[in-house]
Design a protein around this ligand. Structure first.
Ligand code: 5CA
Ligand code: ZN
Length: 413
């Protein structure tokens, strides 16, 4: 599938040491859900990242934008540290919610998916989110999924229930190590997030669907285990290991994907390949809400990026409104937050239009220090606020701060 065009990224003076030297201190450190601690990432020259993409049945809302922005910071910080970044993202372009929405609204599911993916691309371009190197849909990845299910079947890690194929979680001794949840905690989340704990014939209520048998009126594909379509978790397992291999640096998504999605994807991949781990670090962005509830397509309480853009909101103000919150916190979208971001954008633009300002190098060091420390964007913004509010006589500083905000924060001034 087509990705989207990349915005230019200025390279900053005195950017990081060669990537190979970033073993500890200088490295990007991120909170890892699986270990419950902040850990250094990407020791190698190439940093490899997989981020779960949208299910394209509605437009990009602020929750999505916040999650993709968090991983855009990871991408930008790694590049600044001298890494080459290999970034892979999927789009779940066939799944229950998409087919339901298409049915309800009388649209062709493929047209709905294509249209929403195109709108997502435009939103990502407007927000200056760096594109994935591989942007790939579930439909075009069906041969990979079939191959993966075959591998699992070959290892005795798949069984049939009425034509559907399930993954027995008992096959993975490491099951549970991504989310670190107890079985009691897993049950309700599994049911809430697409699982079917009560299905008769399953060996364990938590066993996950790998392949869903053909149902009347729904799209299907042929496979050695019958006509049907892929389960959700196996889509991200198959795509991530095809394009990144096992043990890639970061797997990312919103915190609603910790369990079951990232847990199951890791288990499928680990059992199919006999290797561990699926990802070295599992990183999760907080949930953005509106009026006390998680913003979600199913709840319908949405603020869309495209709608604000059409109303004339500067996408850089949207970006700053999101960056004002730490990526791991749960927070509520408000009009006043957006207004404050617009005012900050005006202040920064006025400050970089000055003939001179305070020296840029200490600000760059501060911004880098905050971002490498688990992406502390709010503190990075505060450092630029202080620069903007202080007079100075360095004539090079305004252009340097402009490049700094662009390269590391993705904010074009
Ligand atoms: N296609 C799957 C992932 S393979 C999916 O979860 N799609 S989604 O469209 O529902 O969400 C896309 C991304 O946005 C996911 O990483 C999800 O965790 C994140 N996300 C969804 N809602 C919110 C929210 N309210 N706040 C923050 N992130 C969110
Ligand atoms: Zn996913």
């Amino acid at each position: 599938m087509r990705s989207w065009p990349a915005p230019p990224v200025p390279s900053l003076p005195a950017a990081g040491l060669p990537a190979a030297d970033h073993q500890g201190d200088g490295a990007l450190r991120l909170y890892d859900t699986a270990s419950g601690s902040v850990r250094p990432t990407a020791p190698g020259e190439t940093a490899r990242m997989y981020v779960c993409g949208i299910t394209p049945y509605d437009a990009t809302h602020m929750g999505h934008a916040n999650t993709y922005l968090a991983f855009d910071l990871v991408n930008r910080v790694w590049r600044d540290l001298g890494h080459t970044v290999r970034y892979v993202q999927n789009a779940t372009d066939v799944d229950d919610p998409l087919l339901e929405r298409a049915r309800e609204t009388g649209q062709d599911w493929r047209e709905l998916a294509d249209r929403e993916i195109e709108l997502f691309r435009q939103d990502m371009v407007a927000l200056r989110i760096l594109p994935p190197d591989v942007y790939v849909g579930a439909v075009e990845s069906i041969p990979l999924v079939v191959e993966m299910v075959e591998r699992l079947r070959g290892k005795g890690a798949a069984y049939e229930v009425g034509g559907d194929v399930y993954f027995p979680v008992a096959a993975d001794p490491a099951f549970g190590t991504v989310s670190r949840l107890s079985r009691e905690e897993m049950g309700p989340l599994f049911a809430e997030r697409g699982g079917d704990p009560d299905r008769d014939g399953k060996k364990d209520p938590l066993d996950a669907l790998l392949w869903s048998a053909r149902r009347p009126g729904e799209p299907y594909w042929d496979s050695p285990f019958g006509e049907g379509r892929p389960g959700w978790h196996v889509e991200c397992s198959a795509i991530s290991i095809e394009y990144l291999g096992m043990g890639f640096d970061v797997e990312g998504g919103g915190s609603d994907l910790v369990f079951p999605h990232h847990e199951m994807s890791a288990s499928h991949a680990q059992v199919a390949t006999g290797k561990r781990p699926h990802a070295k670090v599992y990183v999760h962005a907080g949930m953005v809400g509106l009026d006390g509830e998680k913003m979600s397509k199913s709840k319908g309480n949405l603020v869309f990026v495209s709608k604000l853009r059409r109303g004339g909101t500067d996408p850089m103000a949207i970006r700053l409104a999101l960056l004002a919150h730490h990526y791991r916190s749960d927070w509520e979208w408000t009009d006043s937050g957006l207004e404050a971001a617009g005012a900050r954008l005006d202040r920064w633009r006025a400050a970089v239009a000055r003939p001179s300002g305070p020296a840029a190098a200490p600000v760059a060091a501060e911004v880098r220090g905050h971002l490498t420390d688990d992406l502390d964007a709010p503190s990075a913004l505060a450092a630029i606020d202080r620069w903007a509010a202080t007079p100075g006589d360095d004539p090079d500083a305004p252009a340097r701060i402009r490049a700094l905000a662009d390269a590391l924060l993705g904010v074009a001034l």
